[in-house]
Design a protein around this ligand. Structure first.
Ligand code: SIN
Length: 335
């Protein structure tokens, strides 16, 4: 009798486990995609296109929820949330990974890349691709690079020569390279989350910042920064990342489809990012709220000379092989 009860109990347990697995198999995989910028920016548009394509092609199998504008997680906690699988996709700026790898600091070196095309070439070459895997020990897998654009310097005063920045305090992303870059100018730097930039500039907590045109325009930074110098001194790009355990746990066929969608979205984002930034530059000009200063070749060279010592400071941490590989992508290779 006891044996019969035990056998029935085992059967019931097996049945309920199978039922649970079945229920899981029927449930769509949920991907929460969190980011800190507005929907209208290159990254915001990329996140929405990803959601749209997944809904069209993987309906019932995968569901995507997009949370823009730091509405779910912000700079301070999003990577930790990803590692804990509380969110499954992020696309942080490349300046925000230094806790997990120093190699990505290469993207913060001032005047390393001549333009976004050069950045693109580096990201496509072997060394750039290798960096997508540089955080796997931390359970973070890089899936793609997404462009935003080249950064411009904005401030409460005219910045034509490097000495003009002396004594100002600039908002920076959490990057020791960016901190060193402003130190070279005799300026201060404060690491602040993106969601706090407008208020910090408006209140005078900081007097300057560095951003691509799309971030300046979408955050209305030009309304509190009367001068923007078109320095193109560095890049602000993104890495689309997921939690490695989550990502490689997705059934193979579905993961292949998701990776195909990511390739398509990456192509669309990267093709449109430069045009989107130029359109926002024009909107800023049209607004009349901020004066855009174009630099002469000599002025730009002076900024380059002032910031260039930062490369040596970080060469060991980043790796001279990584820096060299990045330098060779410029049309005119400079040492
Ligand atoms: C972003 O574009 O994701 C924000 C970059 C920043 O913090 O400046």
């Amino acid at each position: 009798m006891l044996n019969t009860i035990r056998a029935l109990a085992v059967c019931a347990l097996a049945f309920s486990s199978l039922a649970a697995l079945g229920a899981q198999a029927d449930e769509a995989i949920l991907i929460k995609f969190s980011h800190v910028v507005a929907d209208g920016t290159p990254k915001g548009q990329g996140a929405l296109l990803f959601k749209q394509l997944v809904e069209e092609r993987l309906a019932g199998k995968v569901r995507v929820e997009v949370y823009p504008n730091s509405s779910l997680y912000g700079d301070a906690n999003e990577l930790e949330a990803l590692r804990n699988n509380e969110v499954q996709l992020l696309a942080p700026s490349l300046a925000k990974f230094e806790q997990y790898t120093k190699q990505l600091q290469v993207f913060d070196l001032p005047f390393l890349f001549d333009d976004l095309d050069a950045v693109n070439r580096f990201q496509k070459r072997a060394k750039g691709r290798q960096l997508l895997r540089s955080m796997e020990d931390h359970n973070i897998v890089g899936l793609a690079y997404w462009h935003n654009g080249m950064k411009q310097l904005s401030a409460t005063r005219v910045l034509q020569m490097p000495g003009d920045a002396n004594g100002l305090s600039f908002r920076i992303q959490p990057s020791v390279v960016l901190e060193a870059q402003f130190r070279q100018l005799g300026a201060g730097a404060q690491k602040l989350p993106f969601a706090e930039v407008f208020k910090a500039l408006q209140s005078g907590q900081v007097q300057g910042a560095e951003n691509p045109w799309s971030n300046i325009h979408s955050q209305k930074l030009h309304e509190v920064q009367p001068f923007i110098s078109e320095t193109n001194h560095g890049v602000l790009d993104y890495m689309l990342v997921s939690n490695s355990r989550f990502w490689y746990g997705i059934p193979h066929q579905i993961r292949m489809e998701l990776e195909g969608i990511i390739d398509e979205v990456t192509y669309a984002v990267n093709r449109q990012a430069e045009a989107a930034n130029q359109a926002d530059r024009q909107r800023i000009l049209d607004s009349g709220r901020s004066q855009v200063l174009e630099l002469s070749a000599e002025q730009r060279q002076a900024w380059r000379d002032a910031m260039r010592p930062v490369w040596q400071q970080f060469e060991t941490a980043i790796g001279s092989d990584v820096i060299k590989a990045a330098q060779t992508v410029n049309r005119k290779h400079r040492d």
